[in-house]
Design a protein around this ligand. Structure first.
Ligand code: SF4
Ligand code: SF4
Ligand code: SF4
Length: 498
């Protein structure tokens, strides 16, 4: 057989494997149910199907490429990326899929930096060894899991993306916790693919954010281009915002300058202090929604709202939501709403509280009726409530940590590493924000805010306590997460694969 013949044969075999893939079959077989659910019309359905097909085909081609040898290292990744004219990060993404489907084993070669009572042991990446599992691949047909496994293991962060993209709308998130209608579920696995808690290859995601071509180690708050302290100069935002008002100012500018059509975030519902997902269309909407909400809110369930269709959006959210969006970008699953996301504005998040069992109880502890709360804040290890009467109350975070969502213990990310621009108060002087610029897009946005005099900023070297404080707190959160995940691993329970 000529080499051309071989390539054609392999290609046909890969196409056949792809068509046989459960993920593709589930979509094809359920075409009528999907169209009936009304979220996607026929043209969008085909768009998703063909994108999924391309991704699956690429995965099988990579597997075929790996099969010719038993063991591989990073050079194989580079070689496949060169052959296919693909980014190395994309090939690493395919490798993660193969690992998740138990078709390869990835051994990360690391140097271990031994820990002590304060710091758990850490590993520093040196290289990869990839082992291809023996066996007849054509007989291995993974069934793609829905995120039920994430709900059942109490690891769901409540980001909402699964409910936002499910083609048959069979996921509900109520009070921050999800449920699947198993009668309706197709087992297409789209939700699992997008979920930040199914698997989230942290090193790869950091590499993507850094636009790097190799895996590196980064600060505990992830890769960044620049950092600043900044605050808004828009008076109406300054009045209602938490600290420097930078996330609201970003949205305000993006809407006003028509760089995006809509913003997706949270606003207060008619229940006092219970946030709800919100699509904002005007600068007035942005001003009304300004201010941090410490109650968990599944903003991303609105990803497929009719209002968003065909529009460009900026999303503001917590780290787990930024992770879901970045992961969906790596695994391009063809869902139009995900391609509409032009900016990711991340906010810092140490932990979040459920409304009923968390935030309401904190108010009860401080003896403040919810209707009397004017503003809330977390600062210097304390949770503050400012009453409408002007009175200020606080409670140490350690005394209310047990009220936070349990799943937040699985969260290593304090600073929204997966955002274009991350905003929070840690490290910044009172009334200012710490702003971490992660991508070129984030940098352009920040520079526009400065140029239009919508914000003022300080050189980060002049800011106290500044980045060392941010690194310290980010490290504390990261270490807490590592310890928690390690303890879950030891008890042989499911854990998020970071
Ligand atoms: S719940 Fe998940 S697996 Fe089931 S149909 Fe929806 S997206 Fe697909
Ligand atoms: S973490 Fe997000 S995507 Fe995953 S199950 Fe929870 S709500 Fe769904
Ligand atoms: S701590 Fe992490 S998981 Fe919890 S709400 Fe914040 S970002 Fe999401």
């Amino acid at each position: 057989m000529s080499s051309e013949g071989k390539i054609s044969w392999n290609f046909l075999k890969n196409v056949s494997d792809t068509l046989d893939s459960y993920r593709i079959r589930a979509l094809i077989d359920a075409k009528n149910e999907i169209l009936k659910a009304g979220l996607y019309d026929e043209s969008v359905f085909y768009e998703i199907l063909f994108k999924m097909f391309d991704e699956e085909l690429l995965k099988y081609r990579f597997l075929e490429f790996l099969k010719y040898k038993k063991d591989h290292d990073f050079k194989t990744i580079e070689q496949f990326a060169n052959d296919q004219r693909m980014e190395i990060s994309k090939v690493l993404g395919l490798l993660e899929l193969l690992r998740n489907e138990n078709l390869v084993i990835i051994h990360e070669l690391c140097d271990t930096i031994k820990g002590d009572d304060k710091e758990p042991s850490r590993s520093v990446f040196k290289g990869l060894k990839i082992e291809v599992i023996d066996g007849d691949f054509s007989k291995i047909k993974p069934v793609y899991e829905p995120v039920k496994v994430i709900f059942d293991s109490k690891q769901c962060s409540g980001c909402g993306i699964c409910a936002g993209i499910c083609p048959v709308k069979c996921i509900e998130i109520n009070n921050g916790f999800g449920k699947i209608d198993e009668q309706k579920c197709l087992r297409c696995g789209l939700c699992y693919l997008a979920c930040p808690r199914s698997f989230f290859p942290k090193r790869l995601m950091r590499m993507i954010q850094d636009n790097a071509s190799s895996i590196k180690e980064y600060e505990s708050f992830g890769p960044f281009i620049e950092a600043h302290a900044a605050r808004t100069k828009i008076p109406s935002i300054a009045e209602s915002c938490q600290d420097g008002g930078i996330s609201s100012t970003c949205l305000y500018h993006l809407i006003e300058s028509k760089k995006v059509d809509l913003a997706l975030g949270a606003k207060m519902s008619s229940d006092p202090w219970r946030p709800e997902p919100s699509i904002m269309e005007t600068t007035d909407d942005i001003i009304k929604s300004a201010g941090t909400k410490y109650v968990n809110n599944p903003n991303l369930i609105l990803m497929n709202d009719n209002q968003i269709k065909g529009k460009t959006i900026a999303v503001v959210g917590v780290p787990c939501q930024m992770q879901a969006l970045l992961k969906s970008q790596l695994y391009n699953i063809g869902i139009p709403a995900l391609n509409c996301v032009k900016y990711r504005i991340g906010i810092f998040c140490m932990e979040s509280f459920p409304y009923e069992e968390g935030f309401r109880k904190i108010c009860e502890k401080l003896n403040v009726p919810l209707t009397e709360v004017k503003k809330t804040d977390i600062n210097k290890g304390k949770f503050f409530i400012y009453k409408k009467s002007g009175e200020e109350l606080n409670i140490p975070i350690k005394d209310i940590s047990y009220l936070a969502r349990m799943d937040c213990e699985f969260c290593y990310d304090l600073t929204s590493e997966s955002a274009d621009i991350s905003v929070g108060s840690i490290g910044a002087p009172s009334g200012w924000n710490m702003v971490i610029i992660r991508t070129q897009k984030g940098k352009e946005l920040f520079n526009e805010l400065l140029k239009k005099k919508l914000i003022e900023s300080k050189d980060i070297d002049d800011v106290k306590p500044g980045l060392p404080m941010l690194a310290k707190i980010a490290n504390i959160k990261q270490n807490k997460c590592i310890k928690h995940v390690n303890s879950i691993k030891e008890s042989n329970k499911r854990y998020p694969n970071y």
